[in-house]
Design a binder for this molecule. Sequence first.
Ligand SMILES: [Zn+2]
Length: 301
Amino acid sequence: MKRLLLCYLILLPAMAFSQDFLDQFPFRQQTQYFDFRCKRNSPQIPEIARFADGFIKLVNHDFFKAQFDYPIRVLVLEDRARFKEFLVRELHISDPPNFGIYLPRYKLFATYEDSGWGTFTHEILHPLVEGNLQHRPLWALEGIPTFFEKFYGYWKGNDLVVYWGFQNPWRIEQLGTNLTRLDLRKVISDPEPSNGFTAIERQESSWRMGSMFLWEQGRFNRFLQLIATHNKAGYPTYFEAAMEMPLEKILPLWQTYLNQAAAQRAKILLLPNSKILPDEAAFQSFVKANYLSLEQPKQQN
Ligand SMILES: [Zn+2]
């Protein structure tokens, strides 16, 4: 059987279709958009559940129509070791990822309590991309979710205010000296299937730079809209259509972007984990303490 190893596309043998494993998750929290199944009654879960619902509303409002056959089911293991063990034992995934995995066949994603909020947003994006951006190029299958894994924001009443476009320290670290040598043609062409999650993570990190570049150019939202409406505006790729220029013209901009990111490397590696603060005052102190820039490139339609 052909096995396309992305954190999204795991083709499991048909025998693994049973969902008996749900019995192993005795604690349940249901929200407007999610059905959380947990191993234990952790105080983190209600907080994550509130955030996850707020995040769906935010994507729908600020990025693209977030339709799905809700609820999205979420399995929350206790920790990374037990998460990996579960994937190996119950789902026959021989080389499990480090943070989370989306399983389209079961309409669910699995992660663990301390995987970080960026893991939740990344994995939530998988069903949303699947349901609303079916025409996405193959690189964007991970390129879009990875964009959403880094953010800072706060609660304003029942709404989330979120700032995007931050580099992800571990991904920049993973790209290492390859960062300034990333070939855009390769990044946005259909990938060769990789073996093993480390190779996939490295591939994902380069795809994230593709989305991050579009964001920095103010073209990320346009990219999403074009995919949603299946419109390449006469260009060979959605990437060029979003930029409204051919690849040759984009290449120097891309190189400048990579060079700038590399020059910021030391600062990027100090960025804290994705976080939502309880209110604006707490957020502003957090921003100050971590020297964050809240500048957001204006996104064109
Ligand atoms: Zn993914």
